[in-house]
Write a protein that binds this ligand. Structure first.
Ligand code: NDP
Length: 331
């Protein structure tokens, strides 16, 4: 659970605490209630914003002293809800606890594919795969031969975007925060090229080297200096999918971008999105991804940390760049 709110700093393990309490596994009378055993939890970067008391957007801040909430994969232990039966495997919002009572109606669904590891339902078949799918295919309208740049390319969303770009016939270059991740992008994930942004002194010049003709599509996960450098390297009619800005989360997202005028000069389009607005495409997305997984056309990278006691550390890894692919907590 959350111990203290963040102000303008990166999250630390000490901002959270793990407590043990004695439980009686039972359900009271609410017809929506489902008692679940949590199997996998999803630490996600947006949760950092919810650790700030002043955060006032699509989710409320976490409550101090209350369990952290987030997406997970869970097994039904007891159910008052007609749609969920004992032993069903479900996915949706739960709490960072061993056992939780959740409301069956709130975006909770039964898992429909059992021939994949259960953790895939918070990753490649869950929010991060879906974000890559809608954020790239819907927002960027990619065309064969286009030049695509992906930041945080070795992360949960980024490692999928690059593969979707290749499946669409684009050339794709990714940036990541270590040489190991760069190697992973080039050797396992099909990226045409990749670079370690931490070792570049001039990001604008670096992007010019990788995209001498300019960038058609920028899939933005980082914000700040990277967005600034990408804006200066856009091609006419470029599209930017504004998925996330993790480099700005610690500072409360307040930094400005001085060269936004490039959007005008390049007649470019930049669109922010929240994956929650694309739920009407969820079934189409799952069918697409399952069929590509079956055909071995998508490689999935997961970074698994075991135990609820290690959940704070697993979350903090995201902000230290320690994860490759989807960070998962296995209980
Ligand atoms: P990742 O798996 O990519 O993990 C986070 C990564 O971000 C780290 O591994 C690190 O990679 C990078 N990073 C951390 N701190 C910084 C920093 N200060 N500057 C630059 N890079 C940093 O996370 P996800 O794939 O789950 O999320 C990727 C982005 O997508 C996030 O911005 C997230 O908020 C956003 N998102 C948006 C959604 C939407 O609906 N719009 C839904 C889901 C995610 P590296 O080693 O490369 O630095």
């Amino acid at each position: 659970r959350l111990r203290r709110y963040l102000t303008n700093e990166q999250p630390a393990e000490s901002d959270m605490e793990v407590v043990t309490t004695k439980l009686t596994l039972c359900l009271t009378g609410d017809t929506q209630d489902v008692l679940v055993q949590n199997l996998y939890l999803s630490p996600d970067p947006y949760m950092c914003n919810r650790m700030r008391e002043t955060f006032d957007s699509y989710f409320p801040p976490f409550e101090l002293g209350k369990p952290i909430t987030g997406l997970g994969v869970s097994k039904v232990i007891l159910s008052n809800h007609p749609e969920f039966q004992v032993n069903d495997i479900i996915t949706g919002f739960t709490s960072w606890e061993t056992y939780s009572v959740i409301k069956g109606g709130l975006g909770i669904r039964n898992v429909s594919h059992f021939d994949v590891p259960p953790s895939y339902h918070i990753g490649i078949l869950g929010i991060t795969g879906f974000t890559a799918y809608a954020g790239f295919l819907q927002i960027c309208s990619p065309k064969k031969g286009e030049q695509v740049f992906v930041s945080t390319a070795a992360g949960a969303v980024g490692h999928v975007v690059g593969q979707l770009a290749k499946l669409t016939g684009c050339r794709v270059v990714g940036s990541a925060g270590s040489d190991e991740k760069v190697e992973l992008l080039k050797t396992k994930l099909g990226y045409d090229d990749a670079f370690n942004y931490k070792t570049q002194s001039d990001l604008k010049a670096t992007l010019k080297r990788y995209f001498p003709e300019g960038i058609d599509i920028y899939f933005e996960n980082v914000g700040g200096k990277m967005l600034e450098a990408a804006l200066d390297n856009l091609r006419v009619h470029a599209r930017i999918s504004l998925c996330g800005m993790i480099s700005q989360y610690a500072s409360g997202c307040g930094e400005g971008i001085p060269n936004l005028i490039q959007l005008i000069w390049k007649r470019a389009k930049m669109q922010g999105f929240l994956i929650g607005d694309y739920m009407h495409l969820q079934e189409e997305f799952i069918n697409y991804m399952v069929s590509h997984l079956k055909d071995n056309k998508i490689t999935v990278i997961e970074d698994v940390v075991d135990g609820l006691e290690n959940a704070p550390g697993a979350f903090v890894r995201l902000f230290q760049g320690k994860n490759s692919g989807k960070q998962v907590i296995r209980l």
